[in-house]
Design a protein around this ligand. Structure first.
Ligand SMILES: Cc1ncc(COP(=O)(O)O)c(C=O)c1O
Length: 436
């Protein structure tokens, strides 16, 4: 077949003149004011009023006692993971991570920044399969993992695309096994979860909690992240580590390894300008999710699911998953893919190629960590136990792998909060035509 533009199925659809983004920053004006303030007053460093103010505002919003502003969500996750490692296994030598020789149970369908800190700290990630209800860590697979690795004391949990995972079950399992939780709420700031009858913000559900202000997040600082906690001691430690672990001496004195991870007062100015718009952004993202849901309801697809009785997502990214019966043939290599069009069916790459042709950004579902070349030698646990090596011709077994299934059939849709209803309708039309 020639180009998609010549494909009669797409006749009459015009490419967008300017690109429709997955999730781009949305500035409102006050960001400039707070950045200018920092420059005018010469507080252009990793101290200043903007930093103090955003720490206070986020702590209030998420309802935690302390927020420590850092250079990135990844920095927050690193220090959270290190803190957990030190709590569990003691202070490490300067040339060793705190998790050396220890396994950590990790979310599998997530961005690799969630779980790379386990490797930074010399630990070994063991990936826990995903459930179909919220696309997050499966509590049943987690329980199964403790059958094999009963010694594990740390769990890293992410809330994918702004949808809270099954935290009540996960926390109960962690408590039963005396394990701590690092919570990655990078994508879910503003999402709420009903924990044992009480609504709690994501970012306040673990023992060590992290958020991100990356440019694509629900609010942004252009970059940045935060560590959130109710423990003053933990907050102080993270603040110390993030500013090169200086001791209270007149000279540079160091008793532990340090990092240059503190947020800049300029970045904090952008976050400060964004804070008043967090709820507005969530409302816009929710409207986008609902418009897709309505517009796609006649197709053999479903939206990324959530448990409405127990959670209120922040709807950061709208995604869809194609029903198995409506999946057209598609294969993926390491960096390439191939698909075939079939009437009444489609595939993520057929739709993503159509998006690209019409100047729309979409994206495959985050590729599960257990399928990533870097982590292929790491254990992967499903509801059936060991998820590795189940495709041998002589071994019977269903080979359940929920993460691989969502990755194969799902895709992320443009979810930019500046997208108009008319623009979104054209995206919905492109998806419909892909199934012709
Ligand atoms: C789930 C998840 N964790 C961590 C991160 C890392 O955050 P940052 O980009 O602020 O380092 C991101 C996104 O960037 C993310 O989506």
């Amino acid at each position: 077949m020639g180009s998609i533009l010549e494909d009669p199925r797409f006749a009459g659809i015009e490419p967008f003149k300017t690109k429709l983004w997955l999730a781009s920053p949305t500035m409102h004006g006050d960001e400039q004011k707070w950045v200018d303030d920092a420059i005018r007053t010469n507080w252009v460093s990793t101290v200043g009023v903007n930093i103090n103010e955003v720490e206070k505002q986020i702590a209030e919003y998420v309802d935690v006692k302390y927020a420590v502003a850092l250079s990135a969500g990844t920095a927050a996750l690193h220090l959270a993971t290190k803190l957990a490692g030190e709590k569990l296994y003691g202070q490490a030598k300067p040339n060793e991570g705190t998790l050396v020789g220890h396994r950590v149970f990790c979310s599998d369908v997530t961005f690799d920044a969630s779980i790379n800190p386990v490797a930074y700290e010399d630990g070994e990630a063991v990936f826990i399969d995903t459930e179909h209800d919220t696309w997050n860590m499966c509590p049943k697979a987690l329980e199964k993992a403790f059958e094999t690795y009963s010694e594990v004391k740390l769990i890293v949990v992410a809330h994918l695309y702004g949808t809270p995972g099954k935290m009540e079950e996960i926390k109960a399992i962690a408590d039963r096994h005396g394990a701590l939780i690092v919570e990655d709420a990078a994508e879910s700031l503003g999402a709420k979860y009903l924990l044992n009858g009480k609504w709690v913000e994501t970012g306040a559900l673990g023992n060590y909690n992290c958020i991100s202000f990356n440019g694509n997040k629900i609010i942004t600082g252009s970059a940045g992240g935060m560590f959130l906690t109710d423990s003053k001691e933990d907050a102080d430690k993270v603040r110390k580590w993030s500013t090169q672990s200086r001791e209270a001496a007149p000279w540079y004195q160091h008793e532990e390894v340090g990092y240059n991870y503190r947020m800049s007062n300029i970045v904090a100015g952008v976050v400060r300008g964004q804070m008043p718009f967090l709820d507005e952004h969530i409302a816009q993202k929710k409207a986008i999710y609902e418009r897709y849901k309505e517009g796609l309801k006649d197709l053999p697809v479903k939206m990324n699911p959530f448990d409405a009785s127990k959670s209120e997502p922040n709807y950061w990214l709208s995604c869809m998953i194609i029903d198995e019966e409506a999946m057209a043939p598609m294969v993926r290599g390491e960096q390439d893919y191939l698909y075939k069009s079939e009437p009444g069916k489609s595939s993520p790459h057929e739709i993503l190629d159509a998006f690209a042709t019409f100047n729309v950004e979409g994206r495959p579902i985050w590729k599960p960590m257990h399928m990533q070349p870097i982590y292929r030698t790491h254990a992967f646990i499903t509801t059936e136990g060991n998820g590795r090596g189940r495709s041998n011709a002589y071994i019977a077994g269903s080979g359940i792998d929920v993460g691989a299934d969502i990755f194969r059939r799902g895709l992320c849709l443009p979810s930019d909060n500046k997208m108009t209803a008319e623009q979104q309708d054209r995206v919905i039309e492109i998806i419909h035509r892909s199934f012709l």
